[in-house]
Structures are given as structure tokens and as C-alpha cells.
Design a protein around this ligand. Sequence first.
Ligand code: MTE
Length: 339
Amino acid sequence: MLIKRTASIRSSEITPEDIYLNRRTFIGKSIGVAALLNTGVLSSFSAIAGRPYEIDPDIPTYRGPGWLEKTLDNLQAGPFRTDEELTPYLDVIRYNNFYEFGSDKQDPAKNAQAFKTDPWSVEIAGEALKTGVFHLEDILKPHALEERIYRLRCVEAWSMVVPWVGFSMGELLKRFEPTSKAKYVEFTTLVDKEQMSGQASAFSTIDWPYVEGLRMDEAMHPLSIFAVGLYGRAMPPQNGAPLRIVIPWKYGFKSIKSIVKIRFTEQAPVNTWQQIAPREYGFYANVNPAVDHPRWSQKLERRLPSTLFDRNTMQTLPFNGYAEQVAQLYSGMDLTKWF
Ligand code: MTE
């Protein structure tokens, strides 16, 4: 398949790390009304990449654990960011796919509020020298948090621009010393039917846990991140607290949420959507306007916020506009076959 260079991606997208956040200029840093939720106390965040962004004071924002709050104070502007308009905070936290909490877009925001994300541990398993169960805090300690402003393109043909808080996936994976047999990495979401109403539902078609996977070179690519927050704050539960991944050149379903296990494997993992509908969803799931979903076109996307009446549509770009950075990972592969 011909892979186009994306002229429409601005050169400012890859910028030296010359701008640092001064999060101490927060207006009205708050006292929480509940352990997780703050309401009506934060009105805006400081400038990131030279640009202020705002959160309406009536919208709840999320407090992570104390140890995360401290790291958020040292947030840096990461090397990859788009200068496209950000999707408003409210749309990012109220229009979600997180089937563990229900299948409607508003379900996760409604049903995940009491989700307990601290303490949290992650198991590292498989083809690596260092394996075991680790506290999330210990896993994250050596990593400086960055802001990465990425496009997120869902396979359902809607998209957002989100300022994620995270750090390079490769930097973390390397610490566990994957062996030469580690060709892939598999990620698994928590199973907890008591907390996750979607997992308890008799109508669920998913064989839990939700599983995703990447080839090692994809996981080690500098665009791949682990994310622990967005909009300068801790990750809301509906967006995958306390730890998710974000792979911006792939359809959103690859960006698995609330991860409890990372396993290095020799064989390609079977990801959840591939298992449910192999004709419709593959392992790679690279954003590709030239390969339609069997039931709809992938040529256009609806950028949020938008409604069915006010369709804010735009062309979908190969690899979601990141072809220049990632196309070489797939050279020689027929991407109509490896979809
Ligand atoms: N991870 C888990 N565990 N469960 C899910 O249902 N949905 C995926 C992905 N990660 C999903 C998941 C899909 S389809 C998308 S588009 C993105 O999360 C949406 O992320 P967002 O809700 O933060 O926008």
C-alpha cells in the first residue's frame, strides 16, 4: 500500500522540549469535596506549550493519589504535540468507550465515579528478566511526566484532540529487561464485576478481561505512551485511571485502559476486538482511510465536539496523521491484509 507523507501535519508537532510547565500558576488549587472529585474549584490551568486551556469551574475534575499530584506539579511539555484545537475537557470525560462500565458513551462517566484506583498494582510477566507484581507508584517513580497532545481516532469514525499526561512506553518497558524472545507485549485490564457494572451485565459480548497487544517495535516507538492523566490532572476513571496506554496512530480501541498486567510474549496476543469480530478488527488497527470497516467508511471522521446535526467532519489521514513518524514500521507489509 502506498503510504503518503502527510503534508498537513505541521512541523510544530515535533518541537524541542523548550517549554516547561509552571503548574504552580494554577488558579485556585482546590480542597476536594470527595476523595476523587473536585467540583467548582478549578477554573483554569496554566499555559502548556505557550497556550492556556480552561476548564469550566462547574465541571468535576479528578484528584489522583497524593503521590501522583506531586509528580503532576513537575509536568513538562513533551516532544510530540499537535497544535490543533483541543477537544474541550467536558467532551473528553463525558464521551467515552469503556465497556467495563457500560456500552453507551455516557455510561463510563456515570458508572465509574466510585472506581477505586489507589492502591493499584501491575503484574509484569512473560519474557523478561524482571517480573513480579509492583505497586503503581514504584513503577512510575523514575519517569518524569510529560504532556503529549495527540489526536485520538476511534474506529467508529469520531475523533478528539487530547492533552494526555504520560511518558514514553519504551522507557518503562526497558526497565523490566525483556529478553530476545519478547516479540510482542500484551496488556490486560482489571476484572472486577463488583466495581465494573459492564462486566457484570448479562448483555456483554466481551469475554473479560479486555486485552490488547503491540509488536515490540511499536511499543518502543517514541510516540507510544503510558498515560496517567489528561488536561494537567489525574486520569478520570472513565478515561482509564490509573494507567492506560495511548497509541495515536492506531484506532482508539488499541489504547487499553486501567491496566493490571503487562506480559512480554513470543507470539502475537489476540486482542479483544479481534477475538470478537476478526473480519472487522485486526491486531494492527492502524488508522487507514483506504481500508473501510466492513460496515462503514473510514475516509472521514467527526471531530468532537459535534452532533449528528452539526457534523464537524474532516478527512482521516493515514496513520492518523503520524505516517512520517511510523510508516516505516510497516514497510513491505500489505496493510489491507494486516488491518
Ligand atoms: N479499554 C478498555 N479496557 N475497555 C474499553 O472498552 N475502549 C477503547 C479504548 N480502551 C476500551 C478501552 C476504545 S474503543 C476507545 S475509542 C478508547 O478507549 C476511548 O478512550 P476515551 O474514552 O478515553 O476517549
